[in-house]
Design a protein around this ligand. Structure first.
Ligand code: AMP
Ligand code: MG
Length: 402
């Protein structure tokens, strides 16, 4: 058995980013950039007004007060998208709206609230300093600057910045394709009538959802009975995908056929069995065209091992840097454990005055799938650790997808 950290290292060692393709901006949410992006132009592109009001020379407002306003002629208008036709001379004002181009000759904007205007004249009711309410060209982005680097995952803010930078499409890494196989004679689908000894196929729903959340494209989900030939044929069919995820059948029982099938198909085993609870029988291997994970069938074990091992692989394949979303928290309940395997304990998190607290699920069984409901993090209790008392600090890995 190897440590979970070693398993993760081995997985990442066998992954390199997939090729790239051009993606329209609207389709690029969640994708990883495969290029550094520079902006060809300044953003904003010109000096503009931050307010509705009047563009003028600050010097012309000197001494202006509510009870002794300065009066200036309004010589033109600058609206958003419609610059003024002329520049501004001394002793003149140009009506301006938010986003309007600052006319040449003006060095400040006085807000409309600080003015009264009628018959082509504006009364300025207070002094303004030069640069007042002017947004300067290039304040957000300088033309030629790199705004986003390769490997960044595109979220809403990134898409907005790309649009500001004149990009309508970007080069992104390809999304990994994933095929999920659920094994077991006992499995029935949620829509089927219950029969004696049957188990509803929850992994066929939770695991593809985790894969999609991690940025993968799920190309197939199949159920495989506990039969060696059918298992081998079913796995063979998935090998055109970047990643095959098999749930169940990977232990040492007489009806577990996955390992044998993988060997028969010539898939190279990188590791089998991890010193982790839940998740001991986890298998990882590779072939020329992709990766294969064999996850334990128990629903919690499958989700936990996916999160700790498959998700980082999918992130790395899609060009993202698999970052560790780890921190520490105070454990809020005694946790019983004997040394020998690390434990991944699903927890709810709560922020209190003294920092983050982790509340372990009440039921630890790897078949208690409802214990994953509302889970925010996995507390990782190291292999050598024994019982952990409430109040001790533990390492946690956040479950939320970032
Ligand atoms: P296995 O890893 O095949 O020995 O399965 C371990 C346990 O997980 C057994 O109780 C199975 O019935 C259960 N199990 C396996 N696959 C699934 C699945 N797709 N959905 C729900 N439970 C499963
Ligand atoms: Mg089974």
């Amino acid at each position: 058995m190897i440590e979970i950290e070693e398993a993760r290292r081995l997985v990442l060692e066998h992954v390199s980013p997939l090729g790239s393709e051009s993606v329209e901006l609207r389709a690029a949410l969640g994708r990883a950039l495969a290029e550094d992006v520079t902006s060809p132009e300044d953003v904003p592109a010109f000096d503009s007004s931050a307010m509705d009001g009047f563009a003028l020379r600050a010097a012309d407002t000197r001494g202006a007060r509510r009870d002794s306003p300065v009066t200036l002629p309004i010589v033109d208008e600058s609206r958003a998208g419609h610059p003024a036709g002329s520049g501004l001379g001394a002793g003149q004002a140009i009506a301006i709206s938010t986003g309007g181009v600052i006319p040449t000759g003006a060095d400040a904007v006085v807000r409309v609230e600080e003015t009264r205007s009628e018959h082509g004249l504006v009364q300025i009711l207070s002094e303004v300093e030069p640069h007042r309410d002017i947004r300067h060209a290039g304040e957000d982005i300088r033309g030629g600057d790199t705004v986003l680097e390769s490997g960044v995952r595109l979220g809403p803010a990134e898409l907005g910045v790309l649009a500001s930078s004149a990009r309508s499409a970007v080069i992104c890494h390809r999304r990994p394709t994933v095929w999920v196989l659920a094994t077991g004679d006992e499995l029935i689908e949620p829509g089927q009538p219950m029969r004696p000894g049957a188990v509803r196929n929850s992994n066929a729903y939770s695991i593809p959802a985790l894969a999609e959340r991690a940025g993968a494209e799920v190309t197939g989900v199949t159920v495989v009975p506990d039969d060696p030939d059918v298992t081998r044929a079913a796995i063979a069919q998935t090998l055109e995908c970047d990643v095959t995820v098999i749930c169940g059948g990977v232990s040492v029982g007489v009806h577990d056929h996955v390992k044998r099938a993988l060997i028969d198909l010539g898939i190279e085993e990188i590791f089998w069995r991890v010193a982790l609870k839940p998740g001991k029988p986890t298998w990882f291997g590779r072939h020329e065209g992709g990766l294969v994970f064999g996850l334990p069938g128990n629903p919690v074990s499958a989700m936990v091992t996916f999160t700790l091992l498959v998700r980082p692989a999918l992130m790395a394949l899609s060009g993202r840097r698999p970052k560790r979303r780890r921190t520490t928290a105070t454990l809020d309940r005694d946790y019983e454990k004997s040394p020998g395997r690390a434990h991944a304990v699903r927890c709810r998190l709560e922020l209190r005055e003294d920092g983050w607290h982790a509340q372990p699920a009440e039921q630890h069984g790897s078949h208690i799938l409802t214990s994953m409901l509302g889970a925010d993090a996995l507390a990782i209790i190291p292999t050598a650790s024994g019982n952990v008392r409430a109040g001790e600090r533990v390492e946690i890995e956040l479950l939320d997808d970032g």
